[in-house]
Design a protein around this ligand. Sequence first.
Ligand code: NAP
Ligand code: MG
Length: 493
Amino acid sequence: MADASYFDSISRLDGQLFIGGAFRPGEGSRLPVENPATGETIGHIAAATGAEVDAAVAAARAAFRIWSRELPRTRANALHRLGDLIAADALNMARIMTAEQGKPVNEAKGEILKLAEACHFYAEEATRVHGEIVPNDQPGFQSLVVREPIGVVGAITPWNYPAELVGWKLCASLAAACTIVIKPAEITPYTALAIAEKCADAGIPAGVVNVLTGKGSQVGQALVEHPHVDKIAFTGSSAVGLHIQQSCPQVKRLSLELGGNCPLVVTASADVAAAVKGAARRSFRNCGQICIAINRIYVHRSVYDEFVAQLGAAADALSVRNGLENAAADLGAMASGEPLAKTKEHLADALEKGARLIAGGKAPEGAEYAGGHFFRPTVVADCDHSMKVMTEETFGPLIGVAPFDDLDEAVRLANDTPYGLASYVYARDLVEIQTLSQELDYGNVAINNVDAGIMNAPYGGRKQSGVGYEHGREGLLEYFNFKHVRLHHGVGN
Ligand code: NAP
Ligand code: MG
């Protein structure tokens, strides 16, 4: 049985908002939060009211004047303290996340530790915000290009990575000297509130970080429409991202990290065992509820049967358990009934259209699974683009596999999607590798590995997968305005 101290944290955060440096009980109605592994209600959130949204934005705006005048080193130190506090409490924070999201505790703890790493990365970047001096055509002039923080950021985040997707926006905002109002996903609010607690403990000044809970269509939308929110940093579905872009009533900076439909191409020259290992990891980790999850796999016909058989065996070998009580399980519960229903729909559609079931295809059996949203990792082969599994983002533990005959066909199929987030390749032939890395129309291409996102390189989508970047220097630039100062000093006139 898992240590239950995380439950005290959840009780403490129940119904709370974090505004102007203090927790306060929300005044709005209460919405239940479910443990997706059991179906039990673990607590409630408060739906922030219009007045509370205004209060949080006002607090962020007031704090911006102070925070943006602090020395970079002061902001860096605050981020380092935040990273240390988060790492020190990683296990408890992981259990909070598992209780609301379902992923096994060890995996949740890995995510919390990566959040701590992001704090330290951005702490270092905070002291390296340089400008540029641009030569002028006339003597006696100099152009300075300086970076200034945008102001108040409204961050709206999904439920699949409740710590990291809040954290990237939080850390980049703080490093750039912006202030932030965070609206986490309705079903995973406690991780964000636990992060707010750490911000308070780290001595981050009141109002620099605020957390509002509630429904996206109300609280998120209120941030989008708020005249004093200068930028929206959104991660979520393409549909909601497009809605935000279309419904924003003022000109406002937007970063949109949206959905994916990520392909893996396995060529004739690939190390098939390595490709299978990578495919199993990136298709099924977090139950496939990853924007950069592999959704569909194209395998050269010469290695197709071998690949399909091995991937089926790898899927069958994965354990699916209640992730709070089995910290080391491969898969936990899915985060809610919604992605589970979509997974079943995509599976039924594929089977109806002639796909072959290789592994999984159903929920695991037994009393442990009765109340939760569980599904076995599932592989279907002989798929084509008439099937939803190959053309829509499933966001579940289901992978479709199809054969190809030549590289042109693989490129055409891989790019046959409105999305452009991440793509994966297993190949050893240099020409194949070069061709695919050039031709794949994606913001990320991972070759002979399946970890496209690292902290110090840009991460972002193209096409319907979004605009803007997170991670790396490029991620930090999203939080600045440039100012051109043209100085006539007269020297050399
Ligand atoms: P979602 O339904 O788009 O929700 C994302 C966030 O937007 C939630 O906080 C949601 O609040 C809020 N929201 C909903 N309607 C809104 C509105 N009208 N105005 C403002 N905010 C609104 O996405 P999801 O189902 O949580 O997450 C899954 C999706 O996220 C997938 O498509 C996945 O690919 C994508 N994703 C992308 C990336 C990336 O880096 N590109 C990373 C992770 C996930 P509620 O929770 O209250 O509905
Ligand atoms: Mg949703």
